[in-house]
Design a protein around this ligand. Sequence first.
Ligand SMILES: Nc1ncnc2c1ncn2[C@@H]1O[C@H](COP(=O)(O)OP(=O)(O)OP(=O)(O)O)[C@@H](O)[C@H]1O
Length: 308
Amino acid sequence: MISVKNLCKSFGDFTAVDDLSFEVKPGDIVGFLGPNGAGKSTTMKMLTGFLTPTSGHVRVNGRRMSKNATVLQRDIGYLPEGAPAYAEMTTFQFLNFIADIRGLNKREKRERLKEVIEQVELYDVLDKTIDTLSKGFRRRVGLAQAIIHNPQILILDEPTDGLDPNQKQHVRKLIKNLSKDKIVIISTHILEEVSAVCNRVIIIADGAMQFDGTPLQLQQQSRYYQAVTLKLSYAADITGLLEIPGVKDMQVDKETGEVTLFPEQGKYILGPITEHVHHYRLPIDRLHVDEGRLDDVFVHITSHGSHK
Ligand SMILES: Nc1ncnc2c1ncn2[C@@H]1O[C@H](COP(=O)(O)OP(=O)(O)OP(=O)(O)O)[C@@H](O)[C@H]1O
C-alpha cells in the first residue's frame, strides 16, 4: 500500500505540489491526470523516492520513503518522464545492465529478459543503440526496464506517449495484465486511456487534489451523462420536449439540427422522451444516449477548483 499524507513540494517560492493526501491499494490502477504543469511528474518523483518532499510524506507498506528509499525502491518499477536511457547502449545491453543493477541472478535474468522482450515486443531493436530508436521504441524500452524485476509497484509517467495507435492498445493491455495484485499509477493526457485501463482516477491542478474516484464517477459528472440526442428527419415542433419530466435543458446544434436533452441530476429521461416522441409522432431518424464526456468534465474540474 502507498500512503501519501499532506505532500508538498516547492521550488523556491513556487508550490508545485500542494498538500496532496491519498492511499493506493494493491489492485488499484490509478490514472493520474492534470493539465500541463499540474505537478504529476513531481509527485511521481516523490512517490518513487527520487525527490524529497518539502513537507508531508510518502509511506510504502507503512515505511517512510524518506528514510528507507533504497530498500523500498527494490519493489518499485519507474518509467520517468521522457524515458531516459543510456543512449550509446544497445537495447539488449541496456536491459541486461538494468537486470544486473536490480540484482537478478543469472537464471532470473535469462528468464526475465526473455519474458519482458516478448511482452514489450522488442526483438526487432535488440541490437540497435538507444540513440537510434524511434520515440515509441524508446518508450517501450523504458517500460521494459521498469518491469524487469517484476515489481509490486509500477509508477509510469506517460507510458503511451509517442506510441502509434496499435502500440498504445498493446501497452494498455500489457499494463492491465501486469496489474493483477500490483499497484499501478500512470500519468497520462489521454482521457480514453483512463476508461480503458484504470479503475481509479486522481485529478490534480496547480498541485492540489481536484478529484479522486472511479472512471464512472468521473463520467457521471459530465453534463452529457445520460443526455439524449435526437436527429429529426424534418423540421417539427420540439418545444414540448423541454416539458418532459426530468429534462433540465435543451440544446439545438445549428449545423446538424440535432437536439440534445440534458437530464436533471440522477434522472432517467430516455423512457419519457421515447413516450413523448411516439405520442406526438415526431419524425426521429436517430436517437443516442450519451455516456458522459471525459474531456468536458476534465476541463470543468481543472478550471473550476475542487470537486473531490
Ligand atoms: N526542478 C524544478 N525547478 C523548478 N520548477 C520545477 C522543477 N520541476 C518542476 N517544476 C515546475 O513544477 C510544476 C509542475 O511540474 P511537473 O513536471 O510536475 O508537471 P506535470 O503535471 O508533470 O506537467 P506535464 O503534463 O506538462 O508533464 C511546473 O510548473 C514546473 O515548471
